[in-house]
Design a binder for this molecule. Structure first.
Ligand code: GLC
Length: 705
């Protein structure tokens, strides 16, 4: 596959700029403006790619215009946000990250890529790799959680799954480069003020991992870093990304972001904005028309050169070549395309059900409230999310059929065909009406089992969906209070795109399951967990706060000079809450229990950490073992815990499995005073366990030379 000889040399300036222009169709609306009829621009060769258009016929029609009705016939490519599935929707990434299983992450990506390619798509704006420690930020739902090592593993798995070998799948786009998750006050699109150290240690690693996995494209964040918008950040886009890491792919701006450089206050007009972005390293302008309308003027003013434009065009043509579009522009929208066979679709749906089941986090389970007894008797299924299939896909559901998603009610009925299930909404998702609570209380009093389905609407997280409060919306808390006050064991199913602060529910509920948004097979997966068909194994990929006042909150933080001592005044704490979270990073229960042996450390060429895990339960189950380190004395204060490895294990009842983690000296490098990696001799503490709860970790220490 090669780009046609001297194609660039044959292109006019307008045609070159056309290749840098990405416009949206209207199959989805993912930004503040839409493009309208672009057919004339298409025929003039002023459009190089499209987003939000899918379907073999629709993409073929657009492709035919580009290939057969333009002077040079350069093919388009088609992109879409396939964040957690195209038509078959998997759990939101924050949920799937909790499976702590790179093989699973890769599988769902491969499935999504196959389904997308069969619908005419060449590229997806995925994986979203923004580390997030602030659940007020709605986009925490879209990413891999709070930990950079998990984020890096997620990045590699997703890029491999989406692209396949040598881009046999669809092109992946790692986004939003970089530190978008640190938006001030958790407000989307706000400014970002963090240290260069935090940038290096927390936010960059997942993107470096994506580049190492040969990701085809990168999307800069809307936000700034230290006053320089990422869309105009030459040091990060060209210096770090291309210069240091060797990224050779394409940089695609976020939606309208080049034009937003005027709002940021770094460009006086579209020509200046276009020049800033191009010189910084942005190849494609998504929906700002800044390149289309501003680059010719920028050229006239001498703000850019034609060779700057040529360099960007060459990278775009190379991406199209890698996608096979010069060999066959209709490769993913062929007139001979046949729909995927039903067996493929069914198998993919089974993957969605399994993935959903492995993403549900059993947060608490007092008195063995779960799994339900074999003969559960009368079940009261209460709450606004009990029969809410349309909410189960969560944010970014691409071509997912919201009406086809399986609700909890449907899933439970299918799993317990003979059970008497009384469904009562009790309260709406957001409304202030409490007149339904009485019926919920009455149903509770009549029931043998009480299941309360609470949480957020799909649109309360994702883009442009930050919440200043992270509690239960509407009058759901009142509904919960009333049901919990009846004195029966209550099972709470929580659906959300972020951790929800609901301390009274945690205090009184017998069991709570963080379901997140499980996707197309939500109801079946939740029912599988409720009746014990699956043994819960998911863990939290984020720390769960008691209250929004604790945010930002994470486990991997520095101690400070006066760490919390609850009984000592002059220490770092609150007057009205403990510092500790509701649940730690990595927290999650199973039906049964696991134990981990004291680790031993052997220092040779590598550092080997030996331990063992035992399934103390009465049924086969899976858990994730985390290996943390701490460097207690270093030239730069180090976090109290840093994750270095994680391993998911499935064990039979009673099975004990030895486990060896292999670490290299380079695992103990950190950014020194000059932010260059340094390894310092001294004592290192190693911890193994099932979450970042330091009191429950088993430790050892060794000397690194
Ligand atoms: C949106 C999002 C970005 C997405 C793009 C295209 O504004 O920020 O994540 O890929 O536009 O839909």
């Amino acid at each position: 596959m090669t780009v046609p000889a001297d194609l660039l040399g044959k292109m006019t300036l307008a045609e070159k700029i056309g290749q840098l222009n990405m416009v949206t169709a209207d199959h989805a609306v993912t930004g503040p403006m839409v493009a309208g009829d672009m057919s004339a621009a298409m025929r003039a060769g002023r459009i190089g790619s499209m987003l939000n258009l899918w379907g073999v016929e629709a993409t073929r029609a657009a492709q035919r215009t580009a290939v057969e009705e333009t002077r040079l016939g350069i093919p388009l490519f088609f992109g879409l946000d396939v964040i957690h599935g195209f038509r078959t929707i998997f759990p939101i990434p924050l949920a799937e990250a909790g499976a702590f299983d790179p093989a699973l992450w890769e599988t769902t990506a491969r499935e999504a890529a196959a389904e997308s390619a069969a619908a005419g798509l060449d590229l997806t704006f995925t994986p979203m790799l923004d580390i997030a420690r602030d659940p007020r930020w709605g986009r925490i739902a879209e990413g891999p959680g709070e930990d950079p090592l998990v984020g890096a593993a997620f990045a590699k798995a997703k890029v491999r799954g989406l692209q396949g070998d040598r881009l046999t799948g669809i092109a992946a786009t790692a986004k939003h480069y970089v530190a978008y998750g640190a938006s001030v006050a958790g407000r989307d699109y706000a400014t970002v003020d963090i240290s260069a150290r935090t940038l290096a240690e927390l936010y960059l690693p997942p993107f470096q991992a994506a580049v190492e996995a040969d990701v085809a494209a990168i999307m800069p964040a809307f936000t700034d870093f230290d006053g320089v918008p990422l869309t105009a950040h030459r040091q990060l886009l060209t210096g770090t990304l291309r210069g240091q890491w060797g990224f050779s792919g394409v940089v695609i701006s976020d939606y309208g972001a080049i034009g937003e450089l005027l709002c940021h206050g770094v460009a006086g007009d579209l020509a200046e904005a276009a020049a800033l972005a191009l010189k910084a390293g942005v190849d494609i302008d998504m929906m700002a028309f800044a390149y289309d309308r501003g680059l010719p003027e920028a050229l006239r003013r001498g703000l850019v050169t034609e060779s700057d434009i040529d360099a960007a065009v060459a990278r775009v043509l190379n991406l199209k070549d890698r996608l096979g579009l010069f060999d066959d522009p209709y490769r993913r929208c062929s007139p001979d395309a046949v729909p995927e066979p039903a067996s493929i679709v069914a198998a993919r749906m089974a993957v969605a059900r399994e993935t959903a089941g492995r993403s549900l986090v059993l947060l608490q389970n007092r008195g063995g409230a779960l799994p339900l007894p074999a003969a559960p008797g009368r079940i009261a299924l209460i709450g606004p999310l009990a029969d809410a299939g349309t909410e189960m896909l969560g944010p970014w559901s691409a071509a997912g059929e919201r009406t086809a998603a399986v609700s909890v009610l449907s899933g439970l009925r299918a799993a317990l065909p003979g059970a008497l299930i009384e469904h009562v909404e009790g309260a709406t998702l957001e409304g202030v009406d409490t007149t339904g609570i009485a019926a919920a209380v009455a149903a509770t009093d009549r029931a043998d089992q009480v299941i309360l389905c609470l949480g957020e609407a799909a649109g309360m997280s994702g883009e442009a969906a930050s919440r200043a409060r992270i509690d239960l919306p509407g009058r759901q808390a009142q509904l919960a209070d009333a049901v919990l006050a009846r004195g029966k064991p209550v099972i709470v199913l929580l659906f959300s795109g972020r951790p929800i602060a609901m301390p009274k529910v945690f205090d009184k509920a017998a069991a709570v399951v963080a379901c997140w948004f499980p996707g197309s097979e939500a109801g079946h997966a939740v029912a599988d967990l409720l009746i014990g068909r699956i043994n819960p194994s998911a863990r939290l990929a984020v720390t769960w706060p008691r209250h929004v006042g604790q945010v930002p909150i994470a486990y991997s933080v520095r101690s400070g000079g006066r760490p919390e001592k609850p009984t000592e005044k002059y220490t770092s704490k609150y007057l009205d809450l403990p510092n500790s979270p509701q649940f730690d990073f990595g927290h999650g229960l199973s039906y049964g229990a696991f134990s981990v042996a004291e680790p031993t450390v052997t220092v040779a060429d590598s550092i080997l950490v030996d331990t063992a895990v035992t399934n103390e339960g009465e049924r086969r189950g899976a858990t994730t073992v985390f290996l943390f380190m701490r460097d207690p004395v270093a030239s730069i204060a180090r976090p109290v815990l840093e994750l270095k490895r994680f391993e998911r294990l499935e064990l039979d009842a009673g099975e004990r499995r030895s486990l060896t983690f292999r670490l290299e000296r380079t695992d103990f490098a950190f950014a020194g005073a000059d932010l260059e990696p340094v390894i310092e001799p001294g004592e290192i503490e190693i911890y193994v366990g099932f979450s970042a709860d330091r009191a429950a970790l088993r430790g050892a220490r060794f000397l690194i030379a």
